[in-house]
Design a protein around this ligand. Structure first.
Ligand SMILES: NC(=O)c1ccc[n+]([C@@H]2O[C@H](COP(=O)([O-])OP(=O)(O)OC[C@H]3O[C@@H](n4cnc5c(N)ncnc54)[C@H](OP(=O)(O)O)[C@@H]3O)[C@@H](O)[C@H]2O)c1
Length: 251
């Protein structure tokens, strides 16, 4: 199936490692011109080489910190300056924030800043062009909506789910879709180094929670994101698709 992504300009945040990196590689392999975004410039450089080495167009690397209040405008200006448009935005940067229920405000604000506000601001920055051209794809990488404990990222990403649904209803008539992809447990820097740092903890979590019996790979999420970015998903909007080996239970 041809996803018809050739020549589309695709901005992917959080590309230095993990799901974002794999997403950029899959989109580039499908012919998209990628714009790769993260703070660690040296990892974006290796990604540029990797994508070029696989025959893809050299990505534009934009090193920025999404906590920066001007990040959305900076990124929009860099993309429009280089290509004149952004067809696809994958809001992937973010991360889990398990914390005690009585954590101080600044801990909550930090999580909402990266997991909700940066997503909303980047989307608002590129949407006018998508609406004008009557074609656009916004995909937000979120996560479970069934927390086992207080987690400031789950709360922020639940906000993304609700915001994305509302937005999809307003802008569908302009040919722009907005969807969320919710990973369960996928091997990545944050999962393997922080959340489940030992094989034993991964095995115990898997036994209790994952019907498929293993943690996914970042590329498992990337393939679903790429489909949602494509022409083939033109009639899919306002959705949240789980990529979690059957982990979630609520319908
Ligand atoms: N892996 C999973 O199982 C899982 C489960 C549920 C949800 N998710 C969600 O999926 C997304 C990707 O997760 P992942 O596991 O691949 O994460 P990861 O391995 O921790 O990678 C996170 C990416 O986000 C970038 N990033 C973080 N803060 C940033 C900032 N302030 N400015 C710019 N870039 C920033 C990081 O790059 P730099 O550090 O170089 O800036 C990195 O490229 C996240 O939104 C996460 O919440 C993942």
């Amino acid at each position: 199936m041809d996803l018809e992504l050739k020549g589309k300009v695709a901005v992917v945040t959080g590309c230095s490692v993990g799901i974002g990196r794999e997403t950029a590689k899959v989109l580039a392999a499908e012919g998209a011109q990628t714009v790769v975004v993260a703070r660690r410039a040296h990892l974006l450089e290796t990604l540029q080489k990797e994508i070029e080495g696989q025959g893809g167009a050299k990505p534009l690397a934009v090193t920025l910190d999404l906590y920066d209040r001007a990040a959305a405008e900076r990124l929009r200006d860099a993309v429009l300056g280089a290509y004149g448009r952004a067809d696809i935005l994958v809001n992937n940067a973010g991360g889990s924030r398990p914390m005690p229920w009585d954590s101080p405000d600044d801990a909550w604000d930090e999580s909402f800043s990266i997991n909700f506000t940066a997503v909303r601001k980047l989307t608002q920055a590129v949407l006018p062009g998508m609406i004008e051209r009557r074609w656009g794809r916004v995909v937000c990488v979120t996560g479970t909506a069934e927390p086992a404990q207080v987690n400031a990222a789950v709360a922020a990403k639940a906000g993304v789910h609700a915001w994305a649904k509302g937005l999809s209803r307003e802008i569908g008539k302009h040919g722009v879709t907005v969807n969320c992809v919710a990973p369960g447990r996928v091997h990545s820097e944050q999962i393997d180094a922080k959340l489940h740092p030992t094989p034993e903890s991964q095995a115990a979590f898997t036994r209790a929670n994952i019907p498929m019996g293993y943690f996914g790979e970042a590329v498992d999420v990337a393939w679903t994101v790429a489909f949602l970015c494509s022409e083939r998903a033109r009639y899919v909007t306002g959705e949240r698709i789980h990529v979690d080996g059957g982990m979630h239970r609520a319908v």
